[in-house]
Design a protein around this ligand. Structure first.
Ligand SMILES: Cc1cc2nc3c(=O)[nH]c(=O)nc-3n(C[C@H](O)[C@H](O)[C@H](O)COP(=O)(O)O)c2cc1C
Length: 232
């Protein structure tokens, strides 16, 4: 089966082409209204991305504990829970809230296979859940990134009165700079890099296979040990 994930803006112009090619479309949304729109234009699945997520959480700031059930109550198409998830306990919780699958971004960055510098992976293991910041808020294009020298510098510029001049922050946030920091040199302070609040729940650097097996085992344990007793 061929699947494409769209995100960031309305995929409607591409839908006829994708449908004609028999491709299933997952649209990632950060709000119920956008998820409903995705359903209305024919998306097959929505990935509901809570405020915890890495990257662009939107401007509504609704976390998954509320966003997932709010979306599940209104949608007919399947929901993937996205944002903040790294383990099977959270997967079981997401299922309880109405999701039928999960999506993980940050967790996969701290795996053996990820083509990311070891210093970055180690910084993720060392970080707690407070070590992300929201940049670009003043530009109405919020992004959650790792708290480091560069992202704090961006925030200081944004905190100044008046409108943010993107030209002033552009050299700091340039993709080439982040890429160099994260992929090539391993200098975690050299550029901005995307990570979610889930960084505080990441404590090791497993292979993807080990990670997935562990998640399934944890989800089973969550249901057996933590939820099933509710039925007795
Ligand atoms: C390193 C990294 C790069 C990402 N790049 C993009 C991107 O280019 N476009 C996008 O829509 N989301 C991007 N995301 C966000 C993920 O697709 C996903 O929504 C998010 O990671 C889910 O939250 P989590 O990190 O807490 O699992 C990125 C996430 C990470 C960690």
């Amino acid at each position: 089966m061929k699947i494409i994930e769209t995100a960031g803006r309305n995929p409607e112009p591409f839908m006829p082409m994708l449908k004609a090619a028999g491709i299933k479309v997952i649209h990632k949304c950060t709000s119920v209204r956008h998820a409903l729109k995705a359903e209305a234009i024919g998306c097959d699945i929505v990935s509901v991305d809570g405020f915890e997520c890495a990257g662009h959480p939107g401007e509504d700031d609704v976390t998954n504990l509320v966003l997932l059930p709010a979306a599940a109550a209104r949608l007919s198409i399947p929901i993937l829970a996205s944002g903040g998830i790294v383990n099977g306990y959270q997967m079981a919780a997401a299922f309880a809230l109405g999701a039928e699958g999960i999506n993980m971004g940050s967790r996969f960055v701290a795996t053996r296979e990820a083509p990311v510098h070891e210093h970055v992976k180690q910084a993720m293991v060392d970080a707690d859940e407070r070590e992300t910041v929201l940049i670009f808020r003043s530009l109405n294009n919020t992004a959650r990134v790792f708290k480091n020298k560069v992202s704090l510098q961006v925030l200081a510029i944004e905190a100044r009165a008046g409108e943010t001049d993107f030209a002033e922050i552009q050299p700091l946030v340039a993709g080439s700079r982040g890429r160099k920091a994260v992929l090539e040199e391993g200098d975690i302070d050299a550029g901005i890099w995307t990570v979610g609040m889930a960084v505080g729940l990441i404590h090791d650097i497993p292979t993807c296979a080990d990670l997935l097996q562990r998640i399934i085992a944890e989800a089973r344990e969550a249901v057996e040990m933590r939820m099933k007793p509710l039925l007795t």
